[in-house]
Design a protein around this ligand. Structure first.
Ligand code: B12
Length: 225
């Protein structure tokens, strides 16, 4: 927690003491098949349609899985998901910074470029790269444990893009071409999203319900097998 709070500005600091133990939850490229689709099928089987009161299936399946796993612990943890906002509508947690200070992924930001080519007034968002999954992953949540861990060793994230030109290319692909997926392949990767997951993510959230309901004819078949 202290590593995170030291990096972010005041509005984003979390109200815990520095030695509080936290974990960052990352979804692997096959999350859609392993977690989201089974969740969608279960919901369609139970309700006939995807219930409109539930959140986006990615967020909702993550929420349920995290609660399921952490409820088996003897302690009560706090989970903050990537989409949660404060009352002033700021993200409750900046998962990219959390991912970087945890050592799991490297967060590349504009300040990592020595002499950048962009208009100083232009907003250039940073992006995290995972040593094995490149950009084919997401940072879903942090888990805050009610325990102090003053001796935790800090892992420096792998600098998988040491070259300045490659960093510039990465930030340009992420900011202005993210829809073509190329930023995710800036380093060789072990695994990517399936075509089905890409279609799902490329569909506007408001139209995803329609896509979900297209699974209906297959629900009985798949749930039975
Ligand atoms: C709001 C938001 C958006 C907005 C605004 C984008 C933005 N970055 O501002 C919009 C809708 C445009 C957007 C678009 C996209 N987004 Co978005 N978005 C978010 C969200 C919810 C919050 C980001 C935010 O507001 N940050 C606030 C700013 C101020 O944070 P910051 O720039 O990092 O600044 C902090 C750091 O610099 C830190 N800091 C300072 N010094 C130092 C030094 C070090 C060493 C470190 C580590 C930190 C640090 O302090 C600053 C704060 O005080 C995050 C999820 C989350 N909860 O974090 C996802 C997130 C950033 N988005 C993501 C993605 C993938 C996208 C899209 C590709 C669409 C998509 N979902 O597929 C596009 C990309 C286009 C783009 N230009 O960003 C991913 C990025 C994953 C990755 N590999 O990094 C995230 C993390 C979601 C996730 N679940 O994985 N997004």
């Amino acid at each position: 927690m202290g590593w995170y709070n030291a990096a972010v500005g005041n509005p984003f600091k979390l109200p815990y003491v520095d030695d509080t133990l936290c974990a960052v939850v990352i979804s692997k490229p096959d999350m859609f098949e392993k977690s989201v689709k089974p969740f969608i099928f279960k919901s369609l089987k139970e309700h006939g349609n995807y219930p409109s009161h539930l959140k986006d299936p990615i967020d909702e399946s993550t929420r349920q899985n995290l609660h399921h796993v952490t409820s088996e612990l003897d302690i009560e943890v706090e989970i903050i998901q990537d989409f949660q906002l404060t009352p002033t509508r700021r993200p409750r947690v900046l998962v990219q910074t959390a991912g970087h200070v945890s050592g799991a992924v490297r967060y590349y930001q504009r300040c990592d470029i020595l002499d950048d080519p962009w208009d100083p007034l232009k907003k250039v968002s940073g992006v995290c790269i995972h040593p094995r999954y490149g950009g084919w992953f997401a940072l879903r949540a942090i888990i805050i444990f009610p325990m102090l861990c003053p001796d935790l060793k800090r892992k420096v994230p792998d600098d998988v893009i040491p070259n300045q030109e490659d960093r510039i290319r990465l930030l340009e692909l992420f900011n202005w071409h993210w829809r073509d997926w190329r930023y995710r392949d800036v380093i060789p990767v072990q695994e990517r999203y399936s075509e089905e997951q890409k279609t799902y993510l490329a569909t506007k959230p408001s139209e995803r319900f329609h896509m979900l309901n297209n699974y209906k004819p297959y629900v009985n078949q798949i749930c039975a097998s």
